[in-house]
Ligand binder design. Structure first.
Ligand code: PLP
Length: 386
């Protein structure tokens, strides 16, 4: 490693060097027993995931997107139903709503934490009720960037309006709220094991967590074509939504190292905070929480400064990314779903200010310092902190 070789945004080769042997042993066991679909590793992983966050049930599924889809199918969400979700999130959160023929209602986010705004949520629910053409059914809270959504407020609002709460925890498994691991804040919690998520596999995978035994049984049926007690009893319309045994095997090995990885991410975040504070706005913390640090997102005063910093970092071999350049209701796929006279001002402006820096357990202390030095030497920031 030379001093100026490019730093990776996600470093799977180094992860392989660190964990490859233990992962290989797990994979080899699957190669020997050959139960590639619903092999014993799936149930083992489900037990480990549930125990990790104290949920009663975990159901291993094919992806974070399919997890959300099946949870909404379980609530029989369809045409005429309104599903509320933040405008500042990944497309998967909203896509599943439209796949079922329901209507996504976009909600603004908090200007400091970027999490869904309870005030905006209330006003969006009231607006749907006043219009009287859609039935409010579900709120999907997204735990963005590793931090929890404001679950205390979301629960109070969901109770007041009789809505079902779903936690899209794709980015934040391992994070905690009021001292307890995320996974039990809503009726159902969905996880993603996409390689770049805090608990990343080597391909697609996901899980659903719930404390409700009936819903757990329902999700197990939905992930296998709606099957009943025997394979050829079809109770309902489901999907092929299972997690592969090989993926479960990889994740079991990765779970053993997960807490160490979370601690390393936290240490890097603290080093960034201390080193970057004089130059940029560092990430605001959600009160009473611990982040899983999927993403370390700084903010800059305007797009020109942000873009100049990004170019300067690139020159120094430091990768960065913009999550998310556009809110969902400005995307071609969703534009028709949103009344353009309704402004979501925070979500609409964040895309000009945000910049994500590399944060993963493979970063060395020297690389962390290189990232800090690269930001500190950016001429565009010379006028000091935002
Ligand atoms: C990654 C992600 C998903 C989708 O997960 P996949 O496993 O890629 O399908 C859903 N919601 C959010 C917020 C995500 O970041």
């Amino acid at each position: 490693m030379t001093r100026n070789s490019p730093i990776a945004f996600l470093d799977l080769p180094r992860q392989q060097a660190r964990l490859g042997d233990t992962i290989q042993r797990r994979v080899d066991a699957v190669m020997r027993h050959c139960r590639f679909v619903m092999g014993p590793e799936v149930e083992e992983l489900e037990g480990r995931l549930a125990a990790y966050c104290g949920a009663a049930h975990a159901i291993g599924v094919s992806s974070g997107t399919d997890a959300l889809l099946m949870v909404l199918m379980g609530e029989e969400i369809g045409p005429g139903d309104a599903v509320f979700l933040p405008a500042f999130t990944y497309t998967a959160t909203a896509e599943v709503v439209l796949l079922l023929g329901a209507t996504p209602v976009f909600v603004d986010v908090d200007p400091k934490t970027f999490q869904i705004s309870p005030e905006s949520l209330v006003s969006r629910i009231d607006a749907v009720l006043a219009q009287d053409d859609l039935e409010p059914r579900v709120v999907i809270g997204v735990d963005l960037f590793g931090q929890p959504a404001p679950w205390d407020q979301l629960r109070a609002i969901a109770d007041r309006y009789g809505l079902t709460l779903v936690d899209d925890c794709a980015q934040s498994f391992g994070g905690s709220y009021h001292g307890r691991k995320l996974g039990r804040e809503a009726m159902a919690t969905t996880l993603s094991f996409f390689p770049s998520k805090p608990l990343g596999g080597y391909g697609d995978g996901g899980a659903i967590l719930t404390d409700d035994p009936e819903r757990a049984e329902l999700y197990r049926s939905l992930r296998t074509h709606g099957e009943g007690r025997t394979r050829y009893e079809v109770l309902r319309i489901g999907i092929n939504g299972r997690i592969d045994t090989l993926q479960a095997a990889v994740l079991l090995a990765k779970l053993d190292a997960f807490d160490d990885e979370l601690a390393r991410r936290e240490a890097i975040a603290c080093a960034y905070d201390a080193g970057l504070q004089p130059y940029v706005s560092i990430p605001a913390r959600v009160p009473q929480s611990q982040s899983a640090w999927a993403i370390y997102c700084i903010t800059l005063p305007d797009a020109a400064t942000r873009d100049a910093l990004q170019a300067h970092l690139r020159e120094k071999g430091v990768p960065s990314a913009i999550y998310y350049p556009r809110p969902l209701h400005f995307q071609p796929a969703y534009r028709d779903q949103h009344d353009e006279t309704v402004r979501l001002p925070v979500a609409e402006s964040l895309g000009e200010h945000v910049l994500a820096l590399p944060i993963h357990p493979e970063l060395t202390d020297e690389e962390v310092q290189r990232v800090i030095d690269a930001v500190a030497t950016c001429a565009a920031l010379e006028n000091g902190a935002a």
